[in-house]
Design a protein around this ligand. Structure first.
Ligand code: NAD
Ligand code: MG
Length: 383
């Protein structure tokens, strides 16, 4: 089984691990895209020899064009370059590993081109999930999750012929670096502490989302869209050891789970090879060395981002795009050391109060408008 893949966001955490899977399993790389990390993009391009490399940043694209002038590799720039990489004829699969709503248009372009989507970019489903899933169904494009929890659920559902047999989905959460802390303690935490995730090494934005538990909220919405499940059938349980990656409970009481080490290579690889399995770089779990498995209720008072997301999950419409836009803006400010950790939920809640959400039946313009208004509301609150 050889896939021809375009990787959107190849220099990020998921992008780099996708290249490791491709190298180890013999998948071909058709296109790479980056934002502006030209040096790594050049090295990746020289090693994997894709047909196309695109940089979202135009000046980075110009730089890359010079760097790769001695190769036959084509270099494109701007949003157009990303869209071209997403719909390239020689690729059969697109790994969406960019961060944020920037992934939405390229994902739709890949769907329109009938590609398999190996979806890491959860923000796309959070912002416009109904629209994206409907488009994929219409075009016959498979969306296979890369997010470890959703991959676990996807794997557990493989033998399930009737969705009515599912009682609930159980998403596990590591709890992040601040599990067990009080709100008062959280008011003092630093950016450096928030960036130190206990179990996973990931990009900065998702690492902060994991510390606020917004990540789990985004994942509840992602699961609703992927599996067409109402929010009340999706439960979150804190599981500090990150060994059970998520579970499905069936109507007869059976619970299936997927277990493994905290390693994204496996979910990335499965999204490429599904419905087949192949050998790959993931290190299997050694049960005899496993710590005891623990489970806790998430604390919605100490981690209000999860409560805000669950509320938007129930409200639907453009509220989830407002949630996401405000969160992207607030996390950006936190990463720039402009606000404190507890300002993140405060700014997101403030944006949700200020921006009116449109109920269901939205289009793409409504989503971008909601995203823009949410970011503007966050910056307004900073003045
Ligand atoms: P990252 O920050 O490490 O990498 C992001 C990539 O996207 C980089 O290649 C960057 O150049 C590119 N990029 C950033 N902004 C862009 C823009 N505006 N336009 C075009 N390209 C842009 O992020 P990551 O941790 O790899 O996460 C990527 C996505 O996968 C996120 O949506 C995240 O939630 C999801 N995800 C990540 C993990 C993980 O283990 N890292 C696990 C589950 C889901
Ligand atoms: Mg996850």
């Amino acid at each position: 089984m050889t896939r021809h893949i375009s990787i959107l966001g190849s220099t990020g955490s998921i992008g780099r691990q996708t290249l490791e899977v491709a190298e180890s399993c013999g998948h071909r790389v058709a296109a790479l895209t980056v934002n502006r990390s030209v040096e790594l993009a050049e090295a990746q391009a020289r090693k994997f020899r894709p047909e196309l490399v695109a940089a979202a940043d135009e000046s980075a694209a110009a730089d890359l064009r010079l760097r790769l002038a001695d190769t036959p590799i084509r270099v494109a720039g701007g949003e157009g370059g990303l869209l071209e990489a997403a719909s390239l004829a020689s690729a059969d699969t697109v790994v969406t590993a960019v961060v944020g709503i920037a992934g939405l248009k390229p994902t739709l372009a890949a769907i329109d081109a009938g590609k398999r989507i190996a979806l890491a970019n959860k923000e796309t489903l959070v912002c416009a999930g109904e629209l994206v899933m409907a488009r994929a169904k219409e075009r016959g494009a498979d969306i296979v999750p890369v997010d470890s929890e959703h991959s676990a659920i996807f794997q557990c559902l493989q033998g399930c012929r009737d969705k009515g047999e599912v009682r609930r989905l159980i998403l596990t959460a590591s709890g992040g670096p601040f599990f067990g802390k009080t709100r008062k303690e959280l008011s003092q935490v630093t950016l450096e502490q928030a960036l130190r995730h206990p179990n996973w090494s990931m990009g900065a934005k998702i690492t902060i989302d994991s510390a606020t538990l917004m990540n789990k909220g985004l994942e509840v919405i992602e699961a609703m869209r992927l599996y067409a499940m109402p929010p009340e059938k999706i439960h979150v349980v804190v599981h500090r050891e990150s060994i059970l990656h998520s579970l499905v409970e069936f109507v007869d009481g059976a619970i299936l789970a997927q277990l493994g080490t905290a390693d994204m290579h496996l979910p990335i690889q499965y999204a490429l090879t599904w419905p087949e399995r192949t050998a790959g770089p993931a290190v299997p779990l050694d049960l005899l060395r496993c710590p005891p498995l623990t489970f806790h209720q998430p604390d919605l008072e100490v981690f209000p981002c999860l409560a805000l997301a669950l509320d938007c999950a129930r409200r639907g419409g453009t509220s989830t795009a407002i949630l996401n836009g405000a969160n992207e803006a607030a996390v950006g400010l936190f990463l720039d050391d402009k606000v404190k950790f507890l300002d993140i939920p405060r700014l997101v809640a403030g944006a949700l109060d200020r921006v009116e959400a449109k109920p269901g039946g939205y289009d793409l313009d409504d989503i971008f408008e909601a995203d823009w208004a949410a970011r503007a509301a966050v910056h307004e609150m900073m003045r």
